[in-house]
Write a protein of this length. Structure first.
Length: 633
């Protein structure tokens, strides 16, 4: 074939012929990787004998796509399936909504082999990708000879349908990561080495630099691209390791272009101060990455010494079109661990629900996580869950959280400053004072641990997720119990307690796709029940006389505070079953004996929450990758 191309090059455009030559060479290099190891472990084909796998490998045809190219469009005929050998794919609906991302070894279009239906979504490449294609006719012939293939396909389809039916969200997992420094003075080599060390705890990881590649395999003579031999060697690293971390170099160097093309996720390192002399380096890297890849782009703000995240919102104005950001202290190993888990789709998310004084159980749950050495990487909450979760996101230890919460809710007296009920029964100044006392002028963007809380937008009848701005104000919105605490007016919207629509906001955490989600629901299953039936409408004067009369049979009905608090969290009962199915563990501490305003029972409620969480979490330690620590004797 190469001889034929050489002959044709005399007649036709030399550039076209040279491109075809390179394509054939690259194809042969990629075939050298071998499909058999991939097929032997794939759930559809793993039951086939070796001779059948060899025949199957010969029937696959190779497909190579550059970043941003479309593999198939929604509505196209489904006449084949694809297997992703290396690269990354993104699944999109007509409205541009991202349904999922597909990584190494996963299949696409397998359902069409059975139904022959049209494609249900559009699939494009996130980065340069190599796939193999199996046509329906070849699959049908394979099933005729080896019926076990149909069983493997059926298992894959059933698993996917069950996941879709339960509304499960695909975790954002990456296998290849490119690290780019936006300031040449940043310690990129040290950062990349430490990130690899953290990833090693999750799976085999490989740190690649230009020097390593030059020494091991070389780059080839063509300055415009890597040689097919180098490309095949890099792809082999991706087969051999769970995570490959590329340390990029100068802008628009051959190695940097390679890093961008190979990466599922681009990590841009930047300092804690706005870029000096403009953002030319940032613009250069952004422009280059937009041409070469559609990969996810995330910022990592680096700190050292006693530096703390400050003015992050201002810094983000210099960094546009990014999918996320992280705060990382260069000398704290747990920060690298958190970043590694976030990238690998293994981050632990904790969602804390609202429930008045019952929410003190959240402190006990946090204590159980710490005692079992299960790190919490993302925190979300509503109402009391927001108050406790925000303190943890500040970096406070559990004892300090317990101390500060007791001060605000018990030692400083009532948090309800009653007033003329124009907007609510209270002024809300006590809630504001409490927020400022706890969080000061900290902004949500400046927290070491990512945090969000939820309020209810009465203007638009929808949940509102707070991810930015002053932390105390975000928590104040989430705790504005309608009728009891004045609403917060924000951008012509009226915001109140998040419990009205989303008392345990698991869906927000799942949408981030970062890993397993744990939820704590402290709202009561049964509340405000009456000891005796009350048939008639009761006037306030009748209730007052009843309470003042020492000889009257007491009429025990809920007061207005309990009614308003219970109303603010009623949504948790409606969505309980849905939430339980979508979480890794859904905790309901047995605290129904405590009423919603039982502030003085903080220690008792905290201990019950701790004991309940230990019982739930201890059996899960091993599966989460945090086995119990062995004690030395």
């Amino acid at each position: 074939m190469l001889a034929l191309l050489k002959l044709l090059s005399v007649t036709y455009d030399g550039k076209i012929i040279n491109s075809l030559k390179k394509g054939l060479m690259e194809h042969s290099q990629l075939e050298g990787l071998g499909l058999l190891p991939l097929l032997e472990t794939h759930p559809i084909f793993s039951q086939l004998p070796t001779e059948a796998l060899q025949e199957l490998a010969a029937r696959f045809s190779w497909v190579h796509l550059r970043a941003g190219e479309i593999l198939c469009e929604q509505g196209e005929a489904g006449d084949c399936m694809y297997l992703l050998v290396y690269g990354r794919l993104r699944v999109l609906k007509e409205d541009g909504r991202v349904l999922a991302e597909i990584g190494h070894g996963e299949c696409v279009g397998e359902m069409s082999l059975l139904t022959g239906e049209t494609r249900s979504a559009t699939i494009l490449t996130v980065r340069d990708s190599q796939l193999v294609r199996l046509d329906k006719a070849d699959f049908d012939e394979l099933v005729t000879q080896f019926p076990s293939t149909m069983m493997g396909l059926t298992r894959v389809i059933i698993k996917r349908l069950r996941r879709d039916q339960l509304g499960e969200t695909h975790a954002m997992q990456v296998a290849t990561i490119a690290v780019i420094a936006l300031d040449p003075n940043l310690p990129i080599t040290e950062f990349t080495a430490r990130l690899c060390l953290a990833l090693e705890r999750l799976g085999p990881a490989c740190h690649l630099t230009a020097e390593v590649v030059e020494r091991e395999v070389g780059f080839g003579e063509d300055e415009s691209r890597l040689s097919p031999r180098t490309t095949a060697w890099l792809n082999q690293r991706e087969h051999n390791y769970s995570y490959v971390v590329y340390q990029a170099g100068e802008v628009d160097s051959r190695w940097t272009r390679c890093c961008l093309r190979q990466a599922d996720c681009l990590l841009f390192l930047c300092g804690s101060e706005p870029p000096r002399g403009g953002d030319l380096l940032l613009n250069a890297f952004e422009g280059l990455s937009s041409k070469l890849t559609c990969s996810r782009k995330e910022l990592v703000f680096l700190y050292d010494g006693d530096q703390q995240p400050r003015n992050t919102r201002e810094l983000l104005r210099y960094h546009r079109d990014f999918d996320g950001y992280h705060h990382l202290h260069c000398r704290r190993p747990r920060h690298y661990g958190r970043l590694a888990r976030m990238l690998a789709g293994r981050a632990v998310g904790l969602v804390l629900g609202g429930g008045g004084a019952r929410g003190f159980a959240h402190i006990g749950v946090l204590r159980a996580f710490d005692e079992l050495s299960i790190p919490i990487d993302v925190v979300g909450g509503t109402s009391m869950g927001a108050i406790i979760g925000a303190q943890y996101a500040m970096g406070w230890d559990v004892d300090h959280i317990l101390k500060r919460t007791r001060e605000e809710f018990v030692e400083k007296g009532s948090i309800f400053d009653f007033t003329l009920p124009m907007l609510a029964l209270t002024r809300g100044r006590c809630f504001r004072r409490m927020g400022v006392n706890l969080y000061g002028d900290t902004e949500v963007e400046d927290l070491w641990i990512p945090f969000y809380c939820v309020s209810t937008n009465l203007t638009r009848a929808e949940s509102f997720v707070h991810r930015s701005g002053l932390l105390w104000r975000a928590v104040r919105c989430s705790t504005a119990i309608p009728g009891l605490v004045p609403p917060v007016f924000f951008q012509r919207n009226t915001l109140v307690d998040g419990g009205l629509l989303n008392n345990v906001p698991v869906d927000v955490m799942l949408d981030q796709g970062r890993g397993p989600v744990f939820a704590v629901d402290v709202s009561p299953n049964l509340d405000l029940s009456l000891a005796l039936p009350v048939e008639q409408d009761l006037s306030p004067w009748h209730l007052l006389r009843n309470r003042l009369n020492p000889f009257a049979v007491k009429v025990r009905v809920p007061n207005i505070l309990n009614i308003l608090l219970r109303t603010a969290m009623i949504s948790s009962s409606v969505e309980k079953e849905v939430l339980q199915r979508r979480t890794h563990a859904y905790m309901r501490p047995p605290i129904d004996q405590f009423h919603l305003l039982d502030w003085s029972s903080i220690e008792k409620i905290e201990k019950i929450g701790y004991k309940h969480a230990i019982e739930i979490l201890k059996p899960l330690q091993e599966s989460l990758g945090f086995p119990p620590q062995k004690t030395m004797h």
